[in-house]
Design a protein around this ligand. Structure first.
Ligand SMILES: CC(C)(COP(=O)(O)OP(=O)(O)OC[C@H]1O[C@@H](n2cnc3c(N)ncnc32)[C@H](O)[C@@H]1OP(=O)(O)O)[C@@H](O)C(=O)NCCC(=O)NCCS
Length: 338
């Protein structure tokens, strides 16, 4: 049975079953990734930024003989933000190639179409069945990044401590667990605005407006995702010259996600990128003692960033692609009668 589903009101048994399916998908498609935990999973699935909506559907097996809810065999959600819908689909490995994935996408696409959305985007992990799936559905590849993973047990901490202090005179490096301090929000947002053009087209939009930045931090906290930030402050002017962001999600707290790292144009060439990332790893080592890995995504053309990441010990893992499709085309392809 396929039906619209609201994670806010779903039973705990349904949330637990969805977690099992997600972990079965990870074991099949990304076996090196840590399994997810139930902590804040409901909030992760339901909390959104102001003005955004996430609509979900599930495919559920028949109730069990004992009357318990049937297992979650598939799940789709579409996050409606701005003028784009961002899709995520999961089908349990034992239920694949029966047309379920296509049925779930059809539901989400129809809704996006009815709501007037023109385009749907999706993140597709390289070397998984999702590539052939989305290509069969007519999605096209827009953008490719490389995911890299840093194994903290292989880090040379002494060398890292040197990197953390190797920043030119005139800059102060600060660790801010939880997010930037309130008096630096405007300067922080300005630094993010500088890379706005670079970020355009990505499915993970950067927050370059102070209010949007506050909302985004608040949403992260509500979803059970703990942000850590290291800033480089230019002491003479007080501007945020560089920043790096790492998030530790309650759902997989042994593997953190590196978000943006930005060094403002006028402050490049002073060792800030390497120093702030090294300082972040040193701080995380004590703030999050169970953390084992950090993952990051970079454009393949971003050679400077890839070089620093390689020095820190990041190893390229796999391609991470963004695909998109015109909603009307997709609806007509999946639902020719409409
Ligand atoms: C991608 C995914 C949703 C496909 O679900 P599915 O129910 O197996 O897909 P369908 O049966 O609807 O397939 C539709 C079409 O896609 C294509 N396709 C799907 N899987 C394919 C595969 N493994 N190889 C080649 N083509 C494939 C085929 O053209 C298929 O049509 P056909 O079976 O008539 O030939 C499923 O594999 C999945 O959940 N993957 C994980 C997705 C994810 O988000 N992962 C993130 C963490 S890894």
């Amino acid at each position: 049975m396929v039906r619209e589903w609201d994670p806010r009101t779903a039973s705990s048994a349904e949330i637990a079953s969805l977690l099992d399916t997600l972990n079965a998908v990870l074991a099949a498609d990304l076996p090196q990734d840590p399994p997810w935990r139930e902590s804040s999973l409901r909030e992760y699935l339901s909390e959104v930024m102001p003005g955004e909506r996430r609509i979900s559907w599930v495919a559920q097996a028949e109730p069990t003989a004992g009357g318990g809810p049937g297992a979650m065999l598939g799940h789709v959600h579409v996050l409606l933000l701005g003028d784009i819908g961002v899709l995520e689909v999961l089908v349990h490995p034992t239920s694949r190639r029966t047309g379920l994935g296509r049925d779930l996408v059809r539901l989400a696409a129809r809704r996006a179409y009815q709501e007037g959305f023109r385009s749907i985007g999706v993140e597709v992990v390289g070397e998984t069945p999702a590539v052939a799936f989305y290509e069969a559905l007519g999605f096209s590849r827009e953008y490719v990044e490389t995911r890299s993973v840093l194994d903290l047990s292989a880090v040379g901490w002494t060398a890292l401590a040197e990197m953390a202090t190797a920043v030119s005179a005139g800059y102060r490096v600060e660790f801010c667990p939880g997010g930037p301090p309130d008096d630096l929000i405007d300067a922080y947002a300005r630094a993010k605005a500088e890379v706005r053009d670079v970020d355009d087209g990505e499915l993970r939009p950067s927050s370059y407006d102070p209010q949007r930045l506050r909302d985004s931090l608040d949403t992260l906290h509500r979803r059970g995702m703990k942000p850590y930030i290291v800033l480089a402050i230019h002491e003479r002017t007080g501007v945020v010259a560089g920043l790096t962001e790492v998030v530790v999600p309650a759902q997989h707290p042994t593997r953190a996600d590196q978000y943006d790292t930005i060094v403002m144009q006028d402050h490049r060439g002073y060792g800030i990128d390497r120093a702030i990332k090294a300082r972040m790893l040193l701080e995380l080592r004590s703030a999050e003692p169970t953390l084992a890995e950090v993952q990051t995504w970079n454009a393949q053309a971003n050679e400077a960033m890839l070089k620093v990441n390689a020095e820190l010990g990041y190893r390229a893992d796999r391609e991470w692609c963004e695909y998109s499709v015109d909603v009307a085309d997709l609806v007509h392809r999946l639902d020719p009668a409409r």
